[in-house]
Design a protein around this ligand. Structure first.
Ligand SMILES: [Zn+2]
Length: 152
């Protein structure tokens, strides 16, 4: 008989191939069915192991992201909560500090943090606008005084 694995000539009664050591008796039945899936499975495995080896690095990085998200408190803010935070963040001086703590502090609710950041961004825009307005008015005032100086 011939070995199913390597095709070597082996004794008919032998259960293992003398050349490669593969099982010969159960193999004819098992090897017909499994070899079809078996070569496929190794190919998939080999494909992922070899060609996707470079991509396996990002793949493990995907799980950390969900784990990171599981750490975050994503409890939604209730409408009353929004009102409360709005009042809190708009308190003079204290509100700015509270908003900064909420915006950049760790272990904070994601929604509260994002809301605090949005408040800070709006304030930043307002401050920049005021600074630009001040510069513009100062420049206008300077040019006006120049005009008046020249007129006298
Ligand atoms: Zn063999």
């Amino acid at each position: 008989m011939l070995c199913n694995a390597c095709g070597a000539n082996i004794p008919d009664n032998s259960t293992f191939c003398t050349t490669c050591g593969a099982k010969t008796v159960p193999m004819p039945q098992n090897s017909v069915v499994p070899p079809a899936p078996a070569p496929n499975a190794p190919q998939y495995m080999g494909g992922t192991m070899q060609t996707y080896n470079g991509y396996n690095a990002p793949a493990p990085m995907a799980p950390p992201a969900p784990m990171y998200q599981s750490f975050q408190d994503t409890t939604p803010i209730s409408p009353l909560g929004y009102i409360g935070y709005n009042i809190l963040f708009n308190l003079p001086f204290i509100g700015l500090i509270v908003a900064l703590v909420y915006a950049f502090g760790s272990n904070q609710n994601v929604n509260v943090r994002n809301y605090a950041r949005s408040v800070l961004i709006i304030w930043l825009i307002v401050v920049v606008m005021y600074v630009l307005l001040f510069i513009l008015l100062a420049a206008m005032g300077a040019s006006m005084s120049e005009i008046f100086k020249n007129s006298y």
